[in-house]
Write a protein that binds this ligand. Structure first.
Ligand code: ASP
Length: 337
């Protein structure tokens, strides 16, 4: 090979281009278990993030991952693993879920969350709840009960209380940073034009030792959203999906687009009916379809064989994953793919 061709290959390899904007990993042999989590996608530039913030986010992600991995390692279910990881992030005020959620137009917090199991397609979801400490636990209680899939507002809160899920005074969710953002938008009315500001939604997907997949997502929704607005996160098939025949998905991004495009289900359907690989299906939906609509966001996914994908079309997505027998990995920016 001439030196000239070698230089061209080296330079091209270093240039960022579409195919490099997603991280996916094929597993040669099916791992015993896999856990992937996200802490939201959005505009995240290295130059604008302090080292302290970077360290705190990576630490938060790795701690949540560890909490979930502990469950999988000891033979626990994918459902329990994603619950452990998501509740950890809901309790961490850095993320836009549970404590640390964004405020709506009325200066109130309204959480959305959902969960799905791949074995039998069981699912549960809550929308617009404001007193449940860990909204993902209310979603799980609805799934376990089995009568309904989706409860919102007071009905969801009353159900959660009866099911023994912890409630708190709404002041528990307060963080100064989110309140300052709310006040700024209320006064200027400018930031509502930038919906991706609400980054920090959390989600987890897992494959356990029994081959069962599960997915869950929890969020405060979009910054300065209208009262009563529900995003994709609690919508089964949009923000969350799990099916043992294909994959488990949790999404983050501009929810309206994720609902209109049934993003999570679309990926699974492409795998089942069009026989696309996880890598191809997630790439086509996030990097082509959503990108063409200028719908910012990303997804995390694991398929039935333990392959993972984490494509996003924004400049960053808080993300981390671990496979049995391997070290955990966490990243923020697109150039880390
Ligand atoms: N998808 C969430 C929503 O639309 C927001 C996000 O993921 O940042 O409510």
């Amino acid at each position: 090979m001439s030196v000239y061709i070698l230089i061209v290959i080296l330079i091209f390899g270093l240039l960022p281009h579409e195919g490099f904007s997603q991280l996916s990993e094929k597993s040669e042999t099916k791992p015993d278990y896999v856990l992937v989590i996200h802490g939201g996608a959005g505009a995240m530039e290295r130059s604008k993030m302090s080292t302290e913030a970077e360290t705190a986010y990576i630490k938060g992600l790795l701690e949540a991952l560890e909490a979930g991995e502990k469950v999988l390692k000891s033979g626990g279910s994918s459902t329990d693993a994603i619950i452990a990881a998501i509740t950890w992030m809901e309790d961490n005020p850095l993320f836009n879920a549970g404590r640390g959620a964004v405020y709506n137009e009325m200066g109130e917090i309204a959480h959305d969350a959902s969960i799905m199991e791949g074995a039998e397609g069981k699912a549960g979801a809550v929308g617009a709840v404001g007193i449940i400490r860990n909204p993902i636990l209310a979603a799980k209680a609805i799934m376990d009960d089995g009568r309904h899939v989706f409860l919102i507002g007071k009905g969801a809160e009353d159900f959660a209380v009866k099911a023994g899920v912890d409630t708190v005074n709404p002041s528990y969710f307060f963080t100064q940073a989110r309140w300052d953002s709310y006040e700024k938008t209320r006064q200027t009315r400018i930031e509502r034009e930038f919906p991706i500001k609400s980054k920090g939604t959390v989600g987890a997907v897992a494959l356990d030792k029994n081959g069962n997949l599960a997915a869950g997502t929890s969020t405060g929704g979009m910054h300065y959203k209208r009262m009563g607005r529900l995003g994709d996160s609690p919508v089964i098939g949009a923000g969350t999906w799990a099916d043992n025949q294909s994959c488990a998905i949790s999404a983050t991004g501009h929810g309206e687009y994720f609902i209109r495009n049934a993003v999570a289900h679309d990926i699974a359907a492409r795998m089942l009916y069009a026989h696309q690989s996880l890598e191809q299906a997630t790439y086509d939906v996030v990097m082509k379809k959503l990108k063409a609509l200028e719908a910012g966001g990303g997804i995390i996914a694991v398929d039935k064989d333990g392959n993972i994908a984490m494509p996003f079309n924004t400049s960053g997505m808080f993300r981390a994953y671990v496979k049995a027998g391997e070290a955990a990995k966490a990243a923020i920016y697109v150039e880390e793919n």
